[in-house]
Write a protein that binds this ligand. Structure first.
Ligand SMILES: [Zn+2]
Length: 149
């Protein structure tokens, strides 16, 4: 349940930004969560709603955008999405991924909002089957925008 820590950091950033803008209240927060970030959006939303009580962000609307991981194949250049469940991202099981030839280790956690975890996942280019792909996105966990008043 590292969502609580992430929620706390997100709220701290939101409140600091609201204060910087001289706003009394946070009306809404928009978050972007990559499917490979290891964050369960529902758990994060619940954690946020819980800790926002009694703060200037009490009752703020939380909008969460999901980012599907995307790869570019280093062999043929094809760009494609990797589909995986959040359970897969969390547990690091390779078996549930759609591409099954070979495996790659992805380092997750290059944002300031979360601690590093490593997810092992196997995926391959749907066109040529190569596995030496570059991950373009899918590890994000960012506070995208903020509405204050
Ligand atoms: Zn390819």
């Amino acid at each position: 349940m590292h969502e609580l820590g992430i929620a706390q950091e997100t709220l701290d950033i939101a409140l600091a930004e609201a204060q910087r803008q001289g706003a009394a209240r946070v009306l809404s927060m928009r978050l972007r969560i990559g499917d490979l970030s290891g964050v369960v959006p529902e758990a994060l939303e619940f954690a946020l709603e819980t800790i926002m009580e009694g703060t200037p962000a009490d009752g703020a609307r939380i909008v969460i955008d999901h980012i599907a991981p995307q790869c570019t194949c280093a062999t043929c250049g094809l760009q494609y999405e990797i589909h995986m469940s959040s359970d897969t991202a969390l547990e690091g099981h390779a078996s549930a991924c759609p591409g099954t030839r070979g495996s790659a280790s992805l380092q997750v956690g290059d944002t300031t909002l979360m601690s590093p975890i490593t997810v092992s996942c196997s995926y391959a280019c749907p066109r040529c089957g190569a596995v030496n792909t570059d991950l373009l996105c899918g590890k994000e966990m960012d506070l995208m925008s903020l509405e204050v008043a």
